[in-house]
Write a protein that binds this ligand. Sequence first.
Ligand code: ARG
Length: 257
Amino acid sequence: MCRPGNFEVYYSINRWMDVSVEVNAELAMSQWENLRQTYLKLGHTVEVMEDVPGLPDMVFTANAGIVKGNKALISKFRSEYRQAEEAYFAQWFAAQGFEVVHPKLVNEGEGDFLWTGSVMLGGSGFRSELGAGDEVTELLGLPTETLELIDPRWYHIDTALTILDEHTIALVPEAFSERSRQILDGLGLQQIHVSVEDAEWFALNAVSDGKNVVVAEQAVSFQAQLREHGFTPVPVDISEFLKSGGGAKCCTLILNR
Ligand code: ARG
């Protein structure tokens, strides 16, 4: 996670970001701290990096890269506003002893690549380039399946789909093209379909450890669906980050894959 010391919305690169809407920096910090405490209470270890003035989106570490073992594939951002983050993320991973590798194509890290346990589900259409999945395969040795995102509300795959455990995913079907839905159906995973309303609260920008699911508190129907399927929803308020088009998962990068 990256502490949001400089969080604000001064540019707009997704349909949720409105520069005329004020961000409450103090509230953002306390929501972020609450998210960190939530992970600690669930027994997870959290590494914290510090953000950099002028780079308000650094808090969204899901976009820092993709980690596999000792290798960190650093993101290559589509927007110029975020490209300066790449060097800081690369520096952080190198300092932690990771082997740092860089893609050639636009690749927004775990924001667009989610690991099911056997395949990496990639999102394309708004941010990561179509060929980014092949580079993930080449550089990290992970099989990938690239899906097409078609609705600007869910511009990264981690806003449209959550991996709950090895057998179960949750998604908002409206976010995906017809062809991509067929690919998803072919994966043989149990699917929980989430309402558009909950998905607009970033319900799917959730973090599951296979049992506990850290999820936007406003997404109440999804929480009921989770309980029905044997998961334990752990609601958090991430309202300030929604103003930037981010949620709990966006603020989180998995390091121990
Ligand atoms: N404002 C950020 C952007 O548009 C939000 C990133 C959200 N991250 C994510 N993993 N979905 O780039």
